[in-house]
Write a protein of this length. Sequence first.
Length: 259
Amino acid sequence: MQTYQSILVEDKEGIIHVTINRPKALNALNKSVFDDLENLMNELDPTKVKGIIITGAGERAFVAGADISEFDSLGDNGAKQMSQRGHDIFFMIERFAKPVIAAVNGFALGGGCELAMACHMRIAGANAKFGQPEVNLGIVPGYGGSQRLIQLIGKGKAMELLLTGNMIGAEEAHRLGLANVVVEAGAEVDTAVEYIQRIGKKAPLAIGETIRLVNAYFDMQKEGFSEEVNTFGTLSNTADFKEGAAAFLEKRKADFKGA
Ligand code: COA
């Protein structure tokens, strides 16, 4: 695995642990973090890993947003490019064919909330705080937040959080469906590992295709229901589907091969 400047990457028994590592800036996303995340996502082969866990260094923050100190010099075109680049990289995360879980260990604000929302699930530590405070800075979310927040919590609540810029705690985020589960502070990564191990026992092709289908619901270029019909047809021809059905009928555990 290559070396990175602003993230730490460890492969622990096939689970890729990614730590955004700028604790002095509460792990704010600067260009270097994006370079690293892009290289990492290009490098990882979903057929060779069980999943990815993303967390923030230190005990205070997951990610406290885009790095505000880089905004100054951007200009109109630079800002558009930065936003587009963020979108492209977050889509790589969202479309990864193995589970990507955000272990939210503190502030997940702005770009941090957007990064967490691009992941397939969010495990919130009891001290997690979510929000899209861009209106406080006179801007709108730039990394998909105006869209993914609606997808996760519905239009009314998303509108409220986006318009007020308010932060919400872990329990409220859980109640709204933004956090999948709340755990005690410090237990986020271990809980994410448990989820990935549990998901790792399922048929790999079906997992990848489920991620693709759920994303298809929100893809205006695709019609989710017809995508589902086609994928159901394709997967019904796989050895794993035959094995899964046979194992159920024979009352035994399935032995999936990823084919
Ligand atoms: N970009 C750049 N630096 C950031 C940052 C960001 N998004 N968020 C925090 N930091 C830096 C601070 O500038 C500070 O650096 P310093 O020690 O060199 O002064 C350090 O991280 C600690 O933050 P600080 O504000 O002192 O901590 P706090 O406990 O008082 O407040 C927050 C924590 C998260 C509430 C506050 O930092 C904040 O509001 N951050 C910005 C959140 C935001 O608007 N994000 C969206 C950006 S589009």
